[in-house]
Design a protein around this ligand. Structure first.
Ligand SMILES: *Cc1c(COP(=O)(O)O)cnc(C)c1O
Length: 378
């Protein structure tokens, strides 16, 4: 199924993906990373924008190394970029090793059972390499420092596992003065002492902005590539990549004192003009971004002006206050995020992060890719 084949007029929401902006963001981050190689995290369907087109555009921009969560995502990157180095962050899924080898997908080895299973596969002649993941303070995936200490005594470790990378992951990089950042940096330096002579990788998007000492040999940005703000509390230096627009289905007038939408959650304080647009939570537009008498919701942008949400977000519809926006009519397109509505602002109104907004986008939109080497989703 490809919603990309749907004519724009058959869907009430449209998503425009600017692959030129994606490539420019990659180049911007590569410049900030200085001497380190810049990889790309393309898990979660490249944060919702489409893994195939994203991987091709990034490869064209100069990216050689990709991080995915699942082997299935790795296969899709392999189809898009035949010579890419592809790391699977979820590690070695039990008994899937031969499939990794067949597509040259490199497991990020996270635990001792994975190490043992991978070593056995290598002993049978596989040449695919792997990364070693050491946990430095997040307590998610990865070996403990204690486990690494024991392992590092083995002289044939690199060869037995075909190691091409050692990595760890920062828990608080988007908050630069969080004390855990320096603790993790110190722990990762200890990791490198225990297991030298391997390329090393610590920084995600935000980690790149923590400064050169966090860069090591390979950086792994995700959200900043897709236009999200990498660091809390600073202006976003990245270009927007995804623009979400919704069609105005109806414009109506309502009187002061009337209520809007489900639960009658918002009462109009003045006579209002309301635009009803055809996107809702079934399109991944977060229900929590809605408004009530007690809280402001997110806003759309139409005919050059901002238009705040009125009332709750429905499954397929949103109401916008266009009382102060002249000329809005049925058939207009409203920007819900993009160059005029920061995705991080919409996310903040929904008590979430841009990552969740992007990965929740779903298949109901007409999708258009602009500014890049490919036009289709698959
Ligand atoms: C998702 C992820 C990244 C990318 O993180 P961003 O915050 O999106 O830049 C890097 N490394 C690992 C291990 C990840 O899981």
């Amino acid at each position: 199924m490809s919603s990309g084949m749907m004519p724009a007029s058959m869907a009430a929401g449209r998503l425009t993906i600017d692959l030129g902006a994606l490539a420019a963001n990659w180049q911007d981050l590569a410049a900030r990373a200085g001497g380190a190689a810049t990889a790309a995290a393309v898990k979660g369907d490249a944060y919702g924008i489409g893994i195939g087109p994203a991987a091709r555009a990034l490869a064209e921009a100069g990216c050689h190394t990709f991080f995915v969560a699942l082997p299935e995502e790795g296969l899709r990157v392999r189809d898009a970029v035949s010579d890419a180095a592809i790391y699977v962050l979820g590690g070695l899924i039990p008994d899937a090793g031969e499939a990794y080898v067949a597509a040259d997908l490199r497991p990020v080895l996270n635990s001792r059972p994975e190490l043992e299973e991978w070593a056995a596969i290598r002993r049978r002649g596989a040449r695919t390499s792997a990364a070693l993941h050491v946990d430095t303070g997040m307590n998610r995936l990865g070996l403990t420092l204690g486990e690494l200490r024991k392992l590092a005594e083995r002289r044939d470790l690199h060869e037995a596992l075909g190691l091409s990378l050692v990595m760890s992951h920062l828990a608080c990089a988007d908050t630069p003065d969080h004390p855990l950042n320096r603790k993790q940096l110190a722990a990762f330096r200890a990791v490198r002492t225990l297991i030298p002579d391997l390329p090393a990788s610590l920084a995600n998007s935000a980690g790149i902005f923590l400064g050169q000492e966090y860069h090591f040999d390979v950086v792994r940005p995700g959200i900043a590539l897709y236009g999200g703000r990498p660091v809390n509390g600073i202006a976003n230096p990245m270009r927007p990549v995804a623009t979400l627009e919704a069609l105005v289905l109806q414009v109506r007038e309502a009187k002061a004192g009337e209520t809007i939408g489900y639960g009658a959650g918002e009462t109009l304080r003045r006579p209002s003009r309301i635009a009803i647009v055809g996107v809702g939570y079934a399109d991944g537009y977060q229900r929590r971004a809605g408004a009530s008498d007690r809280r402001m919701g997110a806003s759309g942008f139409v005919r050059g002006a901002s238009a705040p949400i009125l009332g709750r977000v429905s499954m397929d519809l949103i109401a916008l206050d266009v009382t102060e926006v002249s000329g809005v009519e049925r058939g207009d397109w409203v920007e819900l995020f993009g160059p005029n509505v920061a995705i991080d602002d919409v996310a903040a109104h929904a008590d979430t992060i841009s990552y969740e907004l992007l990965t929740a986008l779903g298949p109901r939109y007409s999708r258009t890719y602009v500014g890049g080497p490919v036009q289709s989703r698959d």
